[in-house]
Design a protein around this ligand. Sequence first.
Ligand SMILES: [Zn+2]
Length: 241
Amino acid sequence: MPCVKFLRWFLPLSLLVLACLQCRPLGPPPVASRERQLTSISSSGGSGKVPMSQIYRQVNLKNDMVPRGRHGRKVIRPMRPQYITIHSTQNYTADAWKHSKALKNGALRSPKTRYGNRIGYMIWHFTVDDKVAIQHMPTTEQGEHADFHGPGNRLSIGIEMCEHRGSDRRATIERTAKLTAILMKKNGIPLRNVVPHYHWPRRGKNPPNKNCPHFLLDNGRPGAKWRWFLSRVNDHYQHIE
Ligand SMILES: [Zn+2]
């Protein structure tokens, strides 16, 4: 009888353990799920507020400014930011540090034409990848990333998301959403003024509205994916203390 009792309990239990082992990966969770764990602190929908300093730490913001008076900052145009413009690099080989180096070396030239780039160099405020966010210029200066002489450059903070091969896109998007929430808070920018590059028509270009950031647009236009991104931004924004 003890033997039957043992089997009655041992067999189902051992089967359960086996089933669990099969469906649960061993070792640490992949980066994406670790990122989700981090974000769950501030995105659980609960009433818990998160101090700004904690979100800053999660964003892992580094300062690597293009020197004032050089390349993309050779002309200083003051700005009071009213919008945040989200881009993706469409560069499949460079992470955030590589982009920062290129900006500092003056490697990102852009033809200076009548309607085109105002200074002959591209520049934006932040580059984000799956590990870090890097600032290239103060948010009180205009960049050259959106629409040449238009309001996108004159009034918006530009954020580029990296998409190099092997990077964790979900982690890049989450870091970008957190950085955007911080910038909204610091500059009094409402969610409706967080826009994709697509939002700003470029004079003299065909099509005028760029498919950027392409992986957050649907058929080249803001749709469900963009609304999802805004909901991530808003989630972080609502939880900042
Ligand atoms: Zn863009």
